[in-house]
Design a protein around this ligand. Structure first.
Ligand code: C2E
Ligand code: CA
Ligand code: CA
Ligand code: CA
Length: 275
């Protein structure tokens, strides 16, 4: 039994060493990849619920790895956060997204995700200001999406950064609403410009009575606080009908459009031809 135990220990140790090695090699590749231009920004449309008109896009980063293929953000953002790479990565995404949006003929909004580590960096507002100036994007077209965990590390500093960003004219959205431990106190702590209901609730509309009630309640909360609510992960016409009837402001999800590279947005971002 003793031998077996040690064998199991050795087995787990080997697995662990491998996963640490794997992560280290991924971090090395990522550092190189950022400078070699392997990152790509995909854009997913957001539509006004009332008339289905596309009113903005969310920037979602991907990594085109030379041998591993397209890597989704949830597989490398944590690696970037653990290895001091989230600052250069986040700055690259912000700059790219703002530059792309500035070139659109229609002045649509562009939403960019911020890692909690970025929000805790006192240099963030200065960086955002500089990026707006150098890309020529007007501040009210930029929306920064943060999750409540961004306020956990250093609450005062994060809040101070949010205030300075808002003073620039940038909009702040609360992402993944309802999935954290204190969504309501986070909402109370800062005047967010938008609430994004997490897709885990939206996908269960009409499938679980409680999810339906929760979505309706969040929409009511947004209405009372006068904060527009966006539903993410909208995949069916049934969900669209429900969200529309409950006065949801904006919709995002595969039923509206999947994330795609810049060139696939042409039709949405060009000015309407003269009638
Ligand atoms: P998120 O901010 O909640 O982004 C929404 C995610 O839901 C995206 O996954 C999007 O592709 C996916 N999605 C959109 N519509 C639907 C739908 O109808 N059904 C389903 N099942 N999924 C849908 P993605 O692109 O894999 O991004 C995952 C997460 O990675 C994001 O979640 C965000 O937290 C993070 N992320 C992405 N880009 C960045 C970035 O530039 N910086 C940072 N810090 N995080 C990022
Ligand atoms: Ca987001
Ligand atoms: Ca989200
Ligand atoms: Ca999410």
């Amino acid at each position: 039994a003793k031998e077996g135990g040690r064998g199991i220990y050795r087995f787990f140790k080997r697995e662990m060493d491998e996963s640490i090695r794997e992560r280290r090699s991924l971090a090395r590749d990522l550092k190189q990849g950022i400078t070699d231009g392997e990152l790509v920004v995909y854009y997913q449309p957001l539509a006004r619920a009332a008339d289905g008109e596309v009113c903005g896009f969310e920037a979602l980063v991907r990594w085109q790895h030379p041998t591993r293929g397209m890597i989704p953000p949830l597989d490398f953002i944590p690696v970037a956060e653990e290895n001091g790479l989230i600052a250069p990565l986040g700055e690259w995404v912000l700059r790219q997204a703002c530059a792309d949006a500035a070139a659109w003929e229609k002045p649509l909004r562009i939403a960019v995700n911020l890692s909690p580590l970025q929000l805790n960096n006192p240099a963030l507002p200065t960086l955002v200001h500089e990026v707006l100036i150098s890309t020529g994007l007007s501040p009210h077209r930029l929306e920064l999406e943060i999750t409540e965990s961004a306020l956990f590390k250093d609450y005062q500093r994060a809040l101070d950064n949010l205030r300075r960003l808002k003073a620039l004219g940038v909009r702040i959205a609360m992402d993944d609403f309802g999935t954290g431990f204190s969504s309501l106190s986070t909402l109370q702590s800062f005047p967010f410009d938008k609430i994004k209901i997490d897709k885990s609730f939206v996908e269960n509309i009409h499938r679980h009575d409680r999810a339906t009630v929760i979505v309706r309640a969040v929409l009511g909360l947004g209405r009372s606080l006068e904060i527009p609510v966006v539903a993410e992960g909208v995949e069916t016409q049934e969900q669209i009908n429900f969200l529309r009837s409950e006065d949801c402001a904006e919709l995002q999800g595969y039923a509206i459009g999947r994330p795609g590279p810049l060139h696939t947005l042409e039709a949405w971002t060009r000015a309407n031809p003269a009638p």
